[in-house]
Design a protein around this ligand. Structure first.
Ligand code: F6R
Length: 238
């Protein structure tokens, strides 16, 4: 696991976008695992800008999102389908049918769909203040595959900032499991802000602690890159 501390989220987004573009130049057909939420937004902005500047095509790229809420239609403004379209997909030349999301319909074979495409080459992750990755909440089994989960109260509270009131926040989601995520060939986790500092400090203790799902990344030896701003890195023990 490599930890990279940069000044701010814009620098983090740019740094990862450059790495992804380098990989796309080597393999224009790669499979991208994508996250929603505020953490990857600067990355998606840089990816759009750099791709236009360098004439990078996404027509042979396939994307696999980490998660989606249960009970929201795909055109609901808070759905992750809508988020991805508004913040990334509509700006690039992706082909039709190149985007996959876990859903009630494919929950039992999302992992198989990913495997049949050759696996995820690059996985982008955020981290919840409670240490979740995707919607693998504390104590999710390490061998979990894509599944339906109840969101933790802390997650519902954190996500209520996107809804007009807390009662509108879905309480269930479909998420890649921890074992799904660990199979990705390369992982970039982004964390910014003081509210992520505690989860980051636990994750960086170097071992897997089931109460902090992100610490499962310690079980993957290579190609895990943790990008932090100074606030998110503020509790890392020296
Ligand atoms: C979203 C996801 C979540 C978020 C996490 C952090 O697809 O999988 O695990 O990455 O909740 O969210 P932000 O970035 O909004 O702080």
């Amino acid at each position: 696991m490599e930890v990279i501390i940069l000044d701010n989220k814009t620098d983090i987004g740019l740094a990862i976008a450059k790495e992804i573009i380098k990989d796309i130049k080597n393999n224009p057909k790669l499979n991208l695992g994508l996250a929603t939420g505020s953490s990857p937004l600067p990355l998606y902005k840089s990816l759009i800008e750099l791709s236009k500047l360098e004439n990078i095509s996404f027509k042979d790229i396939t994307t696999f999102n980490l998660d989606e809420y249960c009970g929201l239609s795909n055109d609901n403004k808070e759905s992750y389908h809508y988020f991805m379209n508004e913040n990334l997909f509509k700006y690039l030349d992706f082909s039709n049918n190149s985007h996959y999301f876990p859903s009630i319909d494919n929950v039992n074979n999302y992992d198989e769909i990913i495997n049949n495409h050759g696996g995820i080459d690059i996985q982008i992750l955020g981290i919840g203040a409670n240490g979740h990755i995707a919607f693998n909440e504390p104590n999710t089994p390490i061998d979990s595959v894509t599944h339906i989960t109840n969101l933790a109260n802390k997650t519902i509270l954190d996500n209520s900032r996107f809804f007009s009131n807390i009662d509108e926040v879905p309480t269930k989601a479909i998420t890649m499991g921890l074992s799904t995520i660990l199979k990705a060939k390369k992982i970039y986790l982004i964390a910014t802000g003081k509210n992520k500092a505690e989860a980051i400090s636990i994750m960086l203790k170097g071992k897997y602690i089931k109460e902090c799902p992100a610490s499962a990344l310690n079980l993957k030896k290579d190609n895990v890159y943790i990008y932090l701003d100074k606030d998110a890195a503020s509790l890392i023990s020296k």
